[in-house]
Design a protein around this ligand. Structure first.
Ligand SMILES: *Cc1c(COP(=O)(O)O)cnc(C)c1O
Length: 396
């Protein structure tokens, strides 16, 4: 059973079964191997395993059976050869950049990235010698204009957070190939259920497993998926040395999360579409950002590139002020006021003062994140109750 090729199976099957290597105890649910190190049969075997000359576990900073099960399952779902799990989504982004970029190599990234990704690029990656330029996510001409002879990586988050702008992954992959650069896609908002960037030509996929993969807001974790050389050798080599590793317990939680991911994404998408249509008609709202609306400028691209519109809806409150946005948040009673998303519990966030609060006013304005913007991570509650709670917020 363990040697089945999961690419021959449907997504739902791989999500439940891929990567599970049953131990001699015959457990049906995956075991959690909470051990820091592993015992060798002999000194010679220890030496061989340390030098990668014999298969088997060594030390949980870079080899752990529970973490490996999660990596193999996610690799199967994204259609990648190799996956490396990391301590967080940010650790996945950091490991990818540090492991794959030589000093002086340049990155072009989409503007309107997740706040910490943007900070990491501007404050730290640049400091260790990799300049980063930012392109308008939806303009392939702008991406092309920012490429220099030193460019080795294009980094994109699509749909973007919180404004749900899309990049055309196929077009960006072609541009990356022409430029001898890698296309890295942060697939956190879609998960492999809605979008498989490797099939569209991307070289690497990044995940914050913290979000939809966990799905119940319990653990922080991340992953990189791609080819064996870059992920299974170069990024694994960095992880082995530098240590931003996923814990076995968290890997187990994420394994369980993957089993229900497809079912949950269907519900997130259905409820988000209904909520977006309702907000679009609401007097208390001046603009809605959701790719499932016909009025979204990239609705057609979304239909081509994704198999669902996603679970994140953002909107501008009428009046557009921070005071009004905060008043609405403070008058809801059920929605969780938190920066997380992809949770069973719906969340409400004021990006300008939380997730994107560390950006300069200019950077925030460039990213289009106003003081009147609110973001809903649509959860699994009944959508009628989510609307009722927002109406409580609007009605003051
Ligand atoms: C949350 C998030 C990250 C960072 O992941 P962590 O697990 O919080 O480190 C990266 N990208 C996107 C799009 C995110 O939403």
């Amino acid at each position: 059973m363990n040697t089945l090729d999961w690419s021959d199976h449907d997504f739902a099957t791989a999500a439940v079964r891929a990567g599970h290597q049953r131990s001699n105890e015959g457990e049906n649910a995956e075991a959690i191997f909470t051990t820091s190190s592993f015992v060798f049969d002999s000194a010679a075997e220890a030496a061989a395993r340390f030098q990668n000359n014999a298969p088997g576990n060594v030390y949980s900073r870079f080899t752990n059976p529970t973490v490996r099960a999660f990596e193999q399952r996610l690799a199967a779902l994204e259609g990648g050869e190799s996956c490396i799990a990391t301590a967080s989504g940010m650790a996945a982004i950091m490991s990818t950049c540090v492991a794959l970029l030589a000093p002086g190599e340049h990155v072009v990234a989409s503007s309107g990235l997740f706040g910490s990704t943007s900070q990491f690029f501007k404050k730290y990656l640049t400091r260790i010698g990799n300049p980063v330029s930012f392109a308008q996510i939806d303009s392939i001409d702008d991406w092309a204009a920012r490429i220099t002879p030193q460019t080795r990586m294009l980094f994109v988050e699509t749909p973007s957070n919180p404004l749900t702008q899309l990049a055309d992954i196929t077009a960006l992959a072609a541009l990356a190939n022409e430029s001898n650069a890698l296309l890295v896609v942060d697939n956190c908002f879609c998960s492999p259920v809605l979008q498989r960037p490797l099939e569209l030509g991307a070289h690497l996929v990044i995940h914050s497993a913290t979000k939809f993969i966990d799905g119940q807001g319990r653990c922080v974790g991340g992953a990189v998926v791609g080819d064996k050389k870059r992920v299974g050798e170069d990024i694994l080599g960095f992880l082995r040395t530098a240590g931003p590793t996923m814990s076995p317990f968290n890997a187990w939680v994420f394994l369980k999360g993957l089993e229900t991911l497809e079912l949950r994404m269907q519900r997130h998408c259905e409820s988000a579409l209904e909520l977006a249509r309702w907000l679009d008609q609401h007097d208390a709202v001046s603009k809605v950002y959701y790719p499932g609306l016909q009025s979204h400028p990239q609705h057609a691209l979304c239909r081509e590139q994704q198999s669902g519109f996603g679970g994140i809806v953002s909107f501008e409150v009428a009046g557009g002020t921070r005071e009004r946005a905060w008043q609405i948040i403070d008058n809801t009673k059920m929605l969780s006021v938190t920066a997380n998303l992809g949770d069973a519990k719906s969340t409400i966030t004021h990006p300008a003062t939380t997730t994107h609060g560390r950006l300069t006013d200019q950077d925030r304005a460039d990213a289009g994140i106003g003081q009147g913007l609110l973001r809903i991570g649509v959860g699994l509650e009944s959508v009628a109750d989510i609307k009722a709670d927002l109406d409580r917020g609007f009605s003051v």
